[in-house]
Design a protein around this ligand. Sequence first.
Ligand SMILES: NC(=O)C1=CN([C@@H]2O[C@H](COP(=O)(O)OP(=O)(O)OC[C@H]3O[C@@H](n4cnc5c(N)ncnc54)[C@H](OP(=O)(O)O)[C@@H]3O)[C@@H](O)[C@H]2O)C=CC1
Ligand SMILES: N[C@@H](CC=O)C(=O)O
Ligand code: NA
Length: 818
Amino acid sequence: MKVLKFGGTSVGSVDSIKTVISILEKNLAEGERIAVVFSAMGGVTNRLIEIGKMAAAGNPEYMEFLKVVEERHFAVVRGLIPVKNQSSTFAAIRGIFNELEDILRGVSWIKELSERTLDLIMSFGERLSTLVITEILKSKGIAAEFCDARQIIHTNATYGMGDVNFEITNRQILEYFAKTSALQCVTGFIASTAEGVTTTLGRGGSDYTASIIAAALDANSIEIWTDVDGMMTADPRKVANAFTIPSISYSEAMELSHFGAKVIYPPSLQPAFAKNITLKVLNTFNVDFEGTYVQKAANGKDYAITGISSIDEIALVNIQGSGMIGVAGISGRLFTALSNNAISVILISQASSEHSICFSIDPKNAQRASEVLEKEFATEISLGYIDSIAIEKSLSIIAIVGEGMKKSTGVSGKLFSVLGKNGINVVATAQGSSELNISVVIAKSDLSKALNAIHGVFFQSETRSLNLFIVGMGLIGGTLLNQIKNQTKYLREEKLLNLNIAGLTNTKKMLLDPDGIQPDNWRDRVMDEGVKTSLPAFVQRMIELNLPNSVFVDCTSDKDIVQYYHMLLDASISVVTPNKVANSGTYSEYVSLQRTALQRGVKFLYETNVGAGLPIINTIQGLMASGDKFLKIEAILSGTLSYIFNNFGPGIRFADVVREAKAKGFTEPDPREDLSGADVGRKILILAREVGVPLEADEITIKAILPGNCLNAPTVDAFFQELEISDNFFASMQAEAEAKQEKLRFIATLENGKASIALKTVDAQHPFYTLSGSDNIISFTTERYKDRPLVIKGPGAGAEVTASGVFADIMSISSYLG
Ligand SMILES: NC(=O)C1=CN([C@@H]2O[C@H](COP(=O)(O)OP(=O)(O)OC[C@H]3O[C@@H](n4cnc5c(N)ncnc54)[C@H](OP(=O)(O)O)[C@@H]3O)[C@@H](O)[C@H]2O)C=CC1
Ligand SMILES: N[C@@H](CC=O)C(=O)O
Ligand code: NA
C-alpha cells in the first residue's frame, strides 16, 4: 500500500492536474494498491478565508470572489472531462457552491465568523478539488471514489487544529478501506468531530491526512508531491547553489522545518514515522527527479551537515541582572510565564555565569513578552536584582542541521570562522545537546550573505563564488578580465570556483550586477548598461549589496582611491591591488590599513606593488613571519628603466625606447613616474616598510636622471617631445658607460634603515649586469641569507605578468575564505 498526496500547486491548473493523473495511472499500472490525498487548488483556501471575512464584514462583493473560485473549478472540468460527461460534474460543483453560498449568507446576516464556521468554509477547498479530480479519473475509466475524510478522521472540537482521536480514526479507516477496492481520492486537511461537525487539521494538514491514513493501513511508503525538487540544502530563493538533499533523517527534517524550511511539515507526518514508513518528497513539475527520501536514519552523508535553514525575522529578548545568579527557578518562571501567554520560544541561550538569559521569539509577540516578563519579575526589577528587559529586533536565525555533526569535529569552528571572515557579527548562539543543530542569531541585513557563505564552506563540492568588484578596465584591469575569461572553465571544473564579476568601472561608466558581468562582453555591458561613474556610489552600493566573499580589486593608479580601502576593509571586504599609492602614502596610513584588515579578518593583498608578478612581497612576509632579519636590500625595481637601459644604444633614440616600453605595457600610465624614479621610490619605500623600517617617502634619496625640461613637461605628449630634444643627454650617459664596458642600472638600496636610489654603472662582475627585457632583480641579505643573498629575478613589468600576480592574490583570498 502506498499513499500519495498532492499539494495545492500540483492540483492548481489543468496542466498540473494532467501530470497528477499520469502519475496516478503509472502507479495503478504498477499494481500496488494506492490511496491519494488532495489539497485544495493552490490559493483557494486563502481565498475562502478572505471570502468568509468579507461576508462577516457585510461586504457583498464576496459573491464575485466566490464566482472566480467556482470558475477555476469549472475550467478544470472543461479542460479535462469529455463534454458528454461534464454536466453531472458541473451540477455537483454547483450543488457544493449552493451549500457554501447558504453558509456565507448566514455569516453575512449574523456578521460573525467563528473558528468553527471558518473550518467549515475552508473545508470546501478540499471537497471541490477532490471531487473534480475523482470525476476526471472516472471519466478515464479508472475505478476512483471520492472519499470525504470527515467520515473517517475524527478530532475533538478544537477548531483550526483538531486533535485526532486515533482510536476511532484508525478503526474507521481500516473498516472503510476494507469495504472497497476502488482508488480512494481523499480530501486532505479536513476532519470532523464525532457529532459530525467539520474541523481542520492545522498547518501541514493534508500531509497529516496522508500520514494518518498510511499509518492506519500500515502502508509501505508515502509520496508527498509538491512543487519543488524535494528538501533542499538551503532555501533556493536565497542560496542559488542550494541543491536537493537526497536522503534525510526524520529528526533532521524536523529540525530544518522548525527553523523555517517549508517543503514539508514533519510534525504532521509523525504517525507515519512512528510506524517507520518511508517518505519521499517529489516534484509534480519535475516528475523524473529523484527528490528526497525521509527515513528514520538517513543514508551515508557526503557532508558534515545536511542542510541550512533560517527564520528571516525574529526578536531577541535579553533578561539580565546580578540577582539571577544562583537563584533557582528564574528560568522556570520565565518560560512558564511565556507559555501561559502562548508565546512560543524559538531559541534559548544562557551564559554559564547565569547572569543573563536570552531567547528569541516571533517579533509580533515582542511587546507582549516584555509586558508579561515585567509583570512576572516586577519585584526583582524594583529591587534591582534584574535589569530592565531588553528587546532587539531586525534579527534573523540561521540553523545548520545534521546528524553528521556528532561524528565530525570542527563544525562550529567552521561556521563561526566563515561568519567572521565575512564580517558577520553573531549576536547569540545555541547548540542543542543532541548535536543536531547549531543556531546563530545575526543581523537581518546579513542574512543572505551569511546563508551563501555558510553554504559555500559546508557544501564544498558545490561551486563557491568569489564576488569581484573591479575598478579600472585599462591595461592591467583589462588583461585581468581576459585571464579570468580564459580560466573560467578551469576554475569551475577543477577548483569549483566561480569568479563572479559583480561590479566593474572605469572613469566614465560603472555597472554593478550581483548576478555577474560575463567576462566575454564586460566592456560592452559596462559601456551600454552602466551609469556615470561615481566611486563613492560604487563603494556604497557594494557595501549595501553585502555579498559574501566580496573582493575589491583596484586596477587604477588613482591617488585618491585609498580613502575607500579603509571603508571597505572595515566592512569586511578584502582588497587586492597593483596600485602602489596606498602603501606608499604616510607610514601611519600603511599601518592603519594593515591593522584594519587584521582586525576585520579580511585580506589586503598587493604582491604586484613590487616586481609585478614576481613573488617579492610574499617572500618578505614569509621571512618576517619566521623571524628572519633583513640586513640589506639591493634591487632593480623598474621594469621600464630596465627595458630602456637594456635596449638603448648607439643609433637608437632614447625617446623611441621609452615609447616602446610604454607600448609593451611596462610603464606607468604616465611614464614620467618611471623615469623620474618616483615609481621605484614607492617600491623601495614599500619594501622598507615590509621589512620593518618605518620610512616616509621624503626620507628616500632619489638621484633623478631626467633633465628638468622633461620632468616638468605639462602632458605626456609634451614630455615625449622634450625627451627627443634631450636625446644627446641620454646618449652621452650611455656612451660613457659603454666606454668603461659597463651598463647603466637604476639601483635602489636599503641598508641601515636608509633607502637611496641612483643611476649607477655596473661592470660584468656585478650580479645586476646580465639583465634583459624588463627584468627586475632583488637581492635580499638577511641573517639567514648572509653569505649568499636570496635573489629573485625575472620580468618585473608588463600586463600579463602583473594581471596574473593580481589573479594569484585573488586566488589566495579564495583559499583563505575556504
Ligand atoms: N604596467 C605594469 O607592469 C604594472 C602596473 N601596475 C599598476 O597597475 C595599475 C594600473 O595600471 P594600468 O592598467 O597600466 O593603467 P591604465 O591607465 O591602463 O588603466 C587604469 C584604469 O583605471 C581607470 N580609473 C582610473 N581612475 C579611476 C577612478 N577614479 N574611478 C574609476 N576608474 C578609474 C581608468 O579609466 P579610464 O579608462 O576611463 O581612464 C582605466 O580603466 C597602476 O596603479 C600601476 O602602477 C603595477 C605593477 C606592474
Ligand atoms: N611601471 C612599472 C610597472 C611595475 O610596477 C615598472 O616599469 O616597473
Ligand atoms: Na611582486
